[in-house]
Design a protein around this ligand. Sequence first.
Ligand code: CDP
Ligand code: CDP
Length: 243
Amino acid sequence: MPKLTIAIDGPAGSGKSSVARLVAQLLGYLYLDSGAMYRALALKALQESIAIEDQEQLVKLAKNTHIELQSPTAEQERSGAKNRVFLDGWEVTQAIRTAEVAQAASRLATVGPVREVLVAEQQRAGAGGGVVMEGRDIGTVVFPKAELKIFLEAAPQVRAERRWKEHQEKGDKIALAEVVIEVQERDLRDRERKVSPLVRAGDAVLVDNTAMDIEETARLVVMLARERDRELAKTLSEARGDA
Ligand code: CDP
Ligand code: CDP
């Protein structure tokens, strides 16, 4: 099967990372978490006390920052990590997963010129195809020509509960009500921002996985990928005039 580009977008806690990672494993593709890049840059801005309102400084920061995504070790995978994240050579895989960093990432993600720097890096990273990239604007901006686009959804309460459970498992003392608000706030900001808002691309398949587990959802995406691949092969063969 030729290597497709698969874009998975959706709100927080909809299952993008878990599903994208499993789809990539099943197809032997590269998995890339674009949100981790926004989170890593937000962590650096917090560490350097750069105000999220200071757009000029943020753009400078984005241009002078090296973010790398790698496959996790078996142990990291067991504890839930899907990509290892390196910020200027330092591993920040765990450090970027706090509610504070998530909020800062979504505020920083409203700055158009910052997005331009990260989008260019995402396009470079996925240029070869055979990639499952997930985020908010993958099907609309990063890879508008992706052969398969999925818009992943789940009920807001279920998404917040999923995220809260993750915090519980890590021992973070955070109330469910607080996580509900954090996820709501971020969703609203992501959907309403002027630049590259979270919207379903016209040609994206809507998958609501409120009542589906990760494996079921990933198998559905793999099935859609195989279907898409057959369609592409047929179009190609017709164009060549094959019998
Ligand atoms: O990347 P995103 O924020 O969209 O979601 P995720 O990090 O993949 O998933 C959030 C949590 O929900 C993880 O702990 C997943 O294991 C869990 N999940 C689930 O229980 N059922 C699903 N169908 C999808 C995710
Ligand atoms: O895992 P979760 O869905 O909670 O968030 P994430 O994918 O790690 O992304 C963190 C934040 O980065 C999001 O709330 C968005 O504001 C931003 N983001 C974005 O704007 N565009 C992307 N392609 C990915 C993330």
